[in-house]
Design a protein around this ligand. Sequence first.
Ligand code: PHE
Ligand code: ZN
Length: 880
Amino acid sequence: MTLVNEPAATPIRLREYRRPAWTVDTVELDVDLGIDTTDVTSRLVLRRDPAQMLPLRLDGEGLELLAVVLDGRALDAKSYRHENNVLEVDGAHDGSVLETRVRIRPAANTALEGLYLSGSRETGFLLTQCEAEGFRHITFFPDRPDVLARYTVTLRADRARFPVLLAGGNPDGAGELVDGRHWARFVDPHPKPCYLFALVAGRLESIRRDYVTADGRAVELVMWSEAHVIDRCHYALDALERSMRWDERTYGRNYDLDVFHVVATHDFNMGAMENKGLNIFNAKYLLADPDSSTDEEYRAVEAVVAHEYFHNWSGNRVTCRDWFQLSLKEGLTVFREQQFSAEMNSLSLKRIEDVSLLRRTQFPEDAGPLAHPVRPAEYREINNFYTATVYEKGSELVRMIAGHLGEDGFRRGMDLYFERHDGRAATIEDFLAALGEANAIDLKSYLAWYAQSGTPRLHAKGEYDAAQREYTLTLSQQTRATPGQPEKVPLPIPVKLSLFDRGGKVLPLHVDGEAAETEKVLVLDKTSQRFVFREVDAPPVPSLLRGFSAPVVLEYDYTPEELALLLTHDADGFNRWEAGQQLAILAFDALQGTGESAACKAWCNALTALFENDAIDDALLADLLTPPGEIEFADRQGEVDPVKIHAQRQELQRRLAGRLGAPLLLDRYRALAADTDQKLDAASQAKRRLKRRVLELLALLEADQAHALAARQYGAASGMTDRLAALGVLVRGRASQAAAALADFRQRYADNPLALDKWFSVQAQVPGEPALAAVMALESDPAFTLKNPNRTRALFGAFASTNPSGFHRTDGAGYRLLAERLGQLDALNPQIAARLATAFNGWQRLEPVRREAARLALNGLSQREDLSANLSEIIGNVLQ
Ligand code: PHE
Ligand code: ZN
């Protein structure tokens, strides 16, 4: 029994890294599969580090130990110790063969880590999840990513119950056994860390495609799912093929096994997992069809399929030395996926989407008690470090470095990185060294970005000297203290910029006698630096940080007119959107005052002009018409009142809608609605996106009319994008037609869990007062369960993390409900509980009444005696 508030074990520290005292050359696993009990026999050929001469110690958790055999001799209990999740074995030497036999219990595994059951006992299937430390729940092993071994896996099971048997690697025989059982063997020729091991067994259907890699290998691509959804795997299979071709073309990377399996499950803690040769996906990121998936979901499927496939090189062939280096594979792979998705879809839309995500998730993380560097210096529970910082900020760091090296230079560097570290476990230093050496550039200064937490503030100030015809830009940086890091160092910040004249024309840049271009990257690597542009005829308007060239908060004293000019004229699609966002922020801040502010006028007028301009892309226009989200507005305030922020943001949008006017909005809506086909091409998706935005704006102006249109759109919709958009307008607007639409949706998708998740979410996102009652009613829907992570996130994640005005009640009832459910959830699935608990991040900045209520709820939770290490780490950190 653990004591109250006992710290969850001592932290693991990067600077205490030691090479493994024992490694494993080959692994033979023999798995005798059953739903209630599965027996695992493992045979490890061991290698000892002669420099360390430490006893053989293997990780193992929740394993029932049946036998230990060393070099052919069965050991008695005196020759090994099995305590505190470690098995210590006496008498092993270099080259020893250790055999262990253990029993595990898949059906009882609700944490979804190790071997578990997806679906029901009768029809479900067995699968594994090993990253980060799940393999120790399957067998005894040095469970760390720098132990790379070759795997031979033999699966045995009842043929009728488990007709399909899969493991990573190439197939190496299969056959019958007595009593209706059968077996299948897989050999993986590539050494891999145990976190990339996977197996799947059950009744599954497949679709297949032959593929030949650029370097001539014939590969069979196979998507697996339960039979009734196999028709929804085709889009993912296409996306996989596109990803494979893209990685060949862009990075010269070819697939390296004869088969590539991808399996969909509805019971998964994360998005998907890159197990070698056997990717396992949360069904949410694999299944897609027009009737149950939105356009955004189609794009997410393509992105996640690509992400997991790209890991085959960035993560699997070159893996991480230890979990501190997690961003080495995740940041890099997110970056590669972002490049791919931008090319498949649209560069500026993808950039807008990714930067919005960064600001919504990573900036708040980096600004509060959960802040940590992209490469953390210590952790207690590694599963809590699969964060927006490691993934999204990590990708931004790779992007800065790639920008620094240029396209060809980055490719040269990546070639060297893959070649030099193939089959090995690497570090961030190795990555920077390879990229640098291939280009004869020292990239060490970027290490500080990996080590320092907090979002830097980039302050820019321009001064124009008419007599000298000079424009001086002074850039300075400052990063606020974060937990454990009171002092900050200056970082290299690439600032991509252009200058515009007051007529909106881009100007040639004359700096340091260099040839004139219209766009340039300045690198600020000190606390403050001045850059002088010559031959400037009039005070220019700078377009700074183009394409979001560094993950910082830009502070520049733009006037509303200057921002409106960039919003109208900037050719960089991202910066055009960004100018609109900044202008919306000025307009938002000015709402406090009386009358209409210059900022609000400028924002509304510029957007109205763009609205009337046919040349602009529909999807970009939809994004331009969307101000920053409530979380982004909250992030800028010292004392947060989420209900007030919601009201103010609504008011801002109402002003925009008012300026556009109902007739214009209606005309546009009708024109867009005339096109009802559900094609997936960019133009059709863009139309649906703009149609939704226009309807939302109209709802702020002419609610009854908009609700009537939404009800009609709901009824007539031939795809999920239009159907869900209409439902959202009805539910958020608390329209009289909402109940009927909700009832219809509930019934229509009763057997489609992914669609039903959206039904939960849309109601949990109703703003303000009614949200809590809605959430509580939804909890008693028979389809609700805390055992399924997607369902839990659909209800509680949507409520607590994406609906600030609903969750942050002054009476604290939202906090109490979440705290209570977290306690229950923690007993089932600590990883999901810990992740959901991050919704409390930022509570210290709430206004005093809510702050006190949040503190009480958090304190109560922290005093529970039975909290997992995962949840208590998050609660402990958040409370700091
Ligand atoms: N490595 C997975 C990815 O990002 C994420 C993951 C982590 C999945 C841990 C499961 C468990 O691609
Ligand atoms: Zn990943």
